[in-house]
Design a protein around this ligand. Structure first.
Ligand code: VGL
Ligand code: ZN
Length: 323
């Protein structure tokens, strides 16, 4: 069993939040894409009382970013964040919360901080996450979220100590870098204890397969490119619509292209996943009718991201009746 641990993707750590991690919001679409690839998806949530001892505002003379000694441990002081029950503590609304099986909250004790999703920073009180994962039969955990140099790192170190095979999905994490180089150091620290550093492509695959119905005229132009590029759109075609499944493409080829030009073809081609991430899937009509809307001006860039050839996989024709 494999679990995805989604660390602290909460409003206060994202754009506009009180403790925003640079580019934190960039991880959300990757995390949503990853979720269906796991047996279990667990989210952690930083969830502090307003009087928490990690908030600079709770001291007379301290500023955020200063480091103090708290009960024998180094403690970075932060601006107020993730106060229980506030909007800032809520999971990001763009995160697919339907894909999350269970949430573990941490940092509720005002006297001690809790970066790790497994234990508080004093390693005294457990959140129950380790026992829960073992009970579910999980052997491998993959980590995503924020911040790479705090909560992600400490959760990863504990995951290794708890005996889980542990991977960090690096493009689905962002860090604070309070000091320049902190994120790189955190990654080295994780590697040194056996955390494997992965990219989301290693889980998802590097490319997405797309389908597109087309007519004879367009097909001739594709052939001219050596089956490597889509021809420029016409002035009255501002958007290029590839679809995500073959059945839908066939339906359009049969119903639309045959009517328009007497023949219809279905093509299949592969495009780098990283490029497609900025074009959300549009559901048109039924659930299986998923398509991407790519503005005509982005077509050259799309062509540059095609891997392999555009293949014709089906052909539909109406034959004139012989007389
Ligand atoms: C975090 C600082 C304070 C984190 C939480 O989620 O990494 N960082 N509290
Ligand atoms: Zn916190």
């Amino acid at each position: 069993m494999k679990a995805l641990l989604v660390i602290d993707i909460q409003n206060d750590f994202l754009l506009g939040g009180s403790l925003a991690v640079p580019e934190g919001d960039k991880v959300i679409s990757v995390v949503n894409e990853l979720m269906p690839h796991y047996d279990l998806v667990i989210a952690t949530q930083d969830f502090h009382p307003a009087e928490h001892s990690s908030f600079a505002s709770n001291y007379l003379d301290r500023k955020a970013g200063e480091v103090i000694n708290l009960n024998g441990q180094e403690q970075v002081l932060w601006s107020d964040h993730c106060v229980a029950g506030t909007e800032g503590a809520a999971l990001a609304s763009a995160l697919n919360t339907d894909g999350i099986d269970r949430i573990f909250q941490k940092g509720k004790d005002p006297q001690v901080d809790s970066y790790s999703g497994f234990y508080d920073n004093g390693h005294i009180r457990s959140t129950g996450l380790g026992d829960f994962l073992r009970m579910e039969g999980v052997e491998e955990v993959h980590l995503v979220g924020v911040a790479t140099d705090y909560c992600v790192k400490f959760t990863a170190l504990d995951a290794i100590a708890e005996g889980f095979e542990t991977r960090l999905i690096i493009d689905a994490c962002r860090g604070v870098n309070l000091q320049p180089g902190d994120v790189d150091c955190a990654i080295d620290e994780m590697k040194n204890v056996g955390v494997q550093i992965w990219g989301s492509d290693q889980v998802l695959g590097e490319t997405v397969t797309l389908f597109r119905p087309t007519g004879l005229e367009e097909l001739k132009k594709i052939e001219k490119s050596g089956f490597t590029a889509w021809p420029p759109r016409l002035p009255d075609q501002p958007i290029f619509y590839p679809v995500l499944n073959q059945v839908y493409a066939e339906q359009i080829a049969r119903e639309w292209n045959i009517t328009a030009s007497g023949s219809g073809f279905v093509t299949r081609f592969r495009v780098k996943r990283s490029f497609l991430r900025s074009y959300p899937r549009q559901i048109v009509g039924g659930r299986e009718h998923e398509e991407l809307w790519i503005p005509a001006e982005d077509l050259t860039e799309l062509n540059d991201n095609i891997v392999g050839k555009i293949e014709v996989i089906k052909r539909f024709e109406t034959f004139p009746m012989k007389v």
